[in-house]
Design a protein around this ligand. Structure first.
Ligand SMILES: CC(C)(COP(=O)(O)OP(=O)(O)OC[C@H]1O[C@@H](n2cnc3c(N)ncnc32)[C@H](O)[C@@H]1OP(=O)(O)O)[C@@H](O)C(=O)NCCC(=O)NCCS
Length: 195
């Protein structure tokens, strides 16, 4: 399934915007703060992410957008022109790999959107950024994200304790990695790095 999805994604990548069959991954602007707060102000979302505070407000979303680190790549997940979630990656210090993350507004759960968006982002990481591998993790009490990660083909690499802003505590987490596939189309198609 993943191979077929990636093939479709490859054909749809354009500039910094990534398109999938149903979604558009686009840059965020300050104007998105209200919508991000509207769909993201939910304990079931914040408690599964490391940095989202709870309660969550438009001011907090605005501050977060404003403070996105230069090296961090964050994309809003849009469905039919409406923002339904957020995904992104942060390159590691050595520049060889990146950690990905994602969340969706609750009313959009269970329709394959997170898997579709993350698969597209990972394909971008490998093809455009040329990372050798991507990593991710989930708290041990997050079976939905565990399933997304399994569907994407990640391999478990261990566990650690990871800070959760909403819970104001460290939480046990499982860690995973996915290596860049060494297929012919990945090696020979397109430019090696995004402008
Ligand atoms: C995790 C999250 C992004 C998943 O989004 P989504 O669009 O529903 O994900 P998908 O539909 O692509 O896949 C979800 C899978 O998890 C499964 N799932 C959902 N809840 C589950 C549960 N309680 N136990 C086991 N599996 C579960 C679904 O059945 C589906 O698997 P399937 O396709 O085999 O049926 C979403 O739940 C979310 O935003 N959660 C809060 C934030 C978060 O956890 N972010 C990730 C941090 S690591």
């Amino acid at each position: 399934m993943v191979g077929r999805l990636w093939h479709l994604v490859m054909k749809r990548m354009q500039g910094s915007e990534i398109r999938t069959r149903r979604l558009r991954l686009r840059e965020l602007t300050q104007a998105d703060a209200r919508r991000i707060a509207e769909i993201g102000a939910d304990w079931d979302i914040a408690s599964m992410t490391s940095r989202m505070p709870y309660p969550y407000s438009e001011a907090a979303a605005d501050q977060w957008i404003n403070g996105i680190h230069d090296k961090e790549v964050v994309r809003g997940i849009a469905l039919d022109g409406q923002l339904i979630g957020v995904t992104g990656y942060l390159p590691d210090e050595d520049g060889q790999s990146a950690e990905i993350g994602y969340w969706l507004g609750k009313s959009y759960w269970g329709q394959g959107y997170a898997t579709e968006a993350a698969a597209a982002l990972i394909a971008y990481c490998f093809r455009r950024e040329r990372f050798s591998h991507v990593t991710c993790g989930h708290y041990i009490d997050n079976p939905a994200s565990e399933r997304v990660i399994a569907k994407l083909g990640f391999t478990p690499i261990g566990r650690n304790r990871c800070w959760c802003e909403a819970r104001n505590a460290e939480v046990d987490a499982l860690r995973y990695e996915l290596k860049r596939p060494q297929t012919a189309w990945l090696r020979f198609q397109g430019p090696s790095r995004a402008a």
